[in-house]
Ligand binder design. Structure first.
Ligand SMILES: *[C@@H]1O[C@H](CO)[C@@H](O)[C@H](O)[C@H]1NC(C)=O
Ligand SMILES: *[C@@H]1O[C@H](CO)[C@@H](O)[C@H](O)[C@H]1NC(C)=O
Ligand SMILES: *[C@@H]1O[C@H](CO)[C@@H](O)[C@H](O)[C@H]1NC(C)=O
Ligand SMILES: *[C@@H]1O[C@H](CO)[C@@H](O)[C@H](O)[C@H]1NC(C)=O
Ligand SMILES: *[C@@H]1O[C@H](CO)[C@@H](O)[C@H](O)[C@H]1NC(C)=O
Length: 419
């Protein structure tokens, strides 16, 4: 043996082989060594998380799973912590899996998969909890009054990662002031807008939309209607045509306002309401009118934001019996009969103006006629006087000529003649 060994020419080769063998042994040892792998988990709040520990070359060592506070949940398959939300669902030589139901944000953190061997191997599975936003809520700082600025806040109290809030009106975004507030593990998001409101904005639809990665493309939308307060506007709708004794009258008072005025008050200016006047809601009814009903009637309404009134002047005309009316009719049209002016126009006040106008026209016409006649007469008179004088006094020829030529020169002299 010894000579053989000595005869070996390459002792260095033998040592190389030994090194190689040792490397092989090490490699085989390595490949046979146990290992554990953990996977990160992301889950929706309230959902179920699966925490898996993958094993390699499991040889029956103890497997320990711990929560982020390093409390042992399971000791080689046996429950260690009293929390029924955790269940061991799988224990095979390749995979150990536990589940956690009704996950909350406080469950977030690193879960330890640990293998007790000669040297301790461990891996951490990070659990992340996603909190999708609820439908946001809307807060109004103070009530909206026409002509003022209204401050609206859209609020999403909890989401993770933070939700995106947008105000939308008629498909257009209204830019607002966004603020984030960390409350524990979730985030509170708000978006505040300020808009100037008019009464035409009352009832306008405006939405706040929350979007979030956990909702996909969907949005949680809060619908809102602007409630713009304004003082009332009152208008009496007058009856058509004229009213005569015996007719009945129904006056409607049309009121708008926000809030809608609850009471409508009918009254008569400087007088009491007639006995036969009846108010039903916003309508004033008067049957069998008489001239004692003449007067100014007021409709008034108010709310917290102001008051308004409108008036109507009632004039009751004489009763005209149907048999006598037709022959009277044409006459009334021409010479306005004071007791029957309705035959002319609805508005009685225009009758005196027409009469005055006519009389004035007549007067002007007469004055013009008188003037023309006077001028004509005086011209004729002066003409004869001038001819008469010219024949007697030749020095005045210049004057005569001036007059006959017209009004061009010597105004003073001419006036003298005319007077
Ligand atoms: C798991 O999550 C932790 C913390 O967020 C991170 O550092 C690590 O790289 C993640 N591991 C994998 C495999 O994604
Ligand atoms: C740990 O549990 C596994 C699976 O039940 C078992 O095969 C193994 O022997 C246990 N190890 C110890 C040390 O009890
Ligand atoms: C889930 O957990 C929350 C608190 O985190 C609790 O209020 C709720 O009742 C639980 N739901 C169920 C079904 O256990
Ligand atoms: C009511 O009376 C007042 C004072 O007498 C007077 O000034 C006013 O014109 C009257 N109004 C009507 C509509 O008659
Ligand atoms: C009522 O009004 C009508 C129309 O102006 C008038 O003719 C009549 O004299 C009035 N009557 C009274 C009592 O004022």
């Amino acid at each position: 043996m010894r000579p053989v060994r000595r005869s070996l020419p390459l002792p260095s080769a033998s040592s190389a082989l030994a090194v190689g063998l040792r490397v092989l042994l090490l490699l085989s040892l390595c490949s046979r060594s146990q290992a554990v792998q953990a996977e990160n988990v992301t889950v929706l709040e309230g959902g179920m998380a699966q925490i898996s520990c993958r094993l390699q070359n499991y040889d029956g060592s103890i497997v320990v799973i711990q929560n982020p506070r390093r409390q042992t949940l399971f000791f080689n398959g046996t429950r260690a912590l009293r929390d029924d939300r955790f269940q061991m669902v799988l224990f095979t030589p390749r995979l150990v899996r536990i589940t956690l139901t009704n996950v909350s944000v406080s469950d977030e953190g690193g879960y330890f998969c640990q293998l007790y061997t000669d040297d301790t191997h461990h891996q951490v599975a990070t659990l992340s909890v996603i909190v999708p936003p609820e439908t946001p809520s809307i807060e109004l700082k103070k009530e909206a009054v026409e002509g003022s600025e209204v401050e609206l806040t859209c609020l999403s109290p909890r989401s993770k990662p933070p939700a995106t809030l947008r105000w939308v009106r008629n498909g257009r975004e209204i830019p607002g002031v966004i603020s984030h507030q960390d409350n524990g593990k979730a985030v509170s998001v708000s978006n505040t807008i300020k808009i100037l409101v008019e009464r035409r904005d009352n009832g306008a639809a405006i939405n706040c939309e929350a979007s979030h990665p956990a909702l996909g493309g969907q949005k949680r939308v809060r619908h809102y209607r602007l409630d713009v307060h304004f003082a009332p506007t009152v208008r009496i709708i007058p009856p058509q045509g004229i009213l005569r004794e015996g007719d009945s009258l129904s006056l409607t008072c049309s009121v708008i306002g926000n809030p809608m005025p609850r009471n409508i008050l009918w009254s008569r200016v400087n007088d009491t309401m007639p006995d036969r006047a009846e108010q039903s809601g916003n309508i004033l009814l008067m049957s069998r009118l008489s001239q004692s009903h003449n007067g100014t009637y007021l409709c008034q309404a108010h709310n917290n934001y102001g008051r308004a009134a409108d008036h109507y002047t009632l004039l009751v005309y004489d009763y005209v019996s149907p048999s006598t009316s037709p022959p009277d009719f044409p006459k009334n049209r021409i010479a306005v009969h004071p007791t029957n002016p309705g035959a002319m126009v609805d508005v009685p006040s225009s009758v005196p103006y027409a009469v005055i106008g006519g009389v004035l026209a007549l007067l002007v016409f007469t004055v013009i006629c008188v003037l023309i006649v006077t001028i004509w007469c005086s011209v004729r008179q002066k003409g004869s006087y001038l001819t008469h004088e010219a024949s007697g006094m030749d020095e005045h020829g210049e004057v005569q000529e001036a007059f006959l030529n017209g009004n061009d020169s010597r105004d003073g002299t001419k006036k003298e003649y005319l007077l």
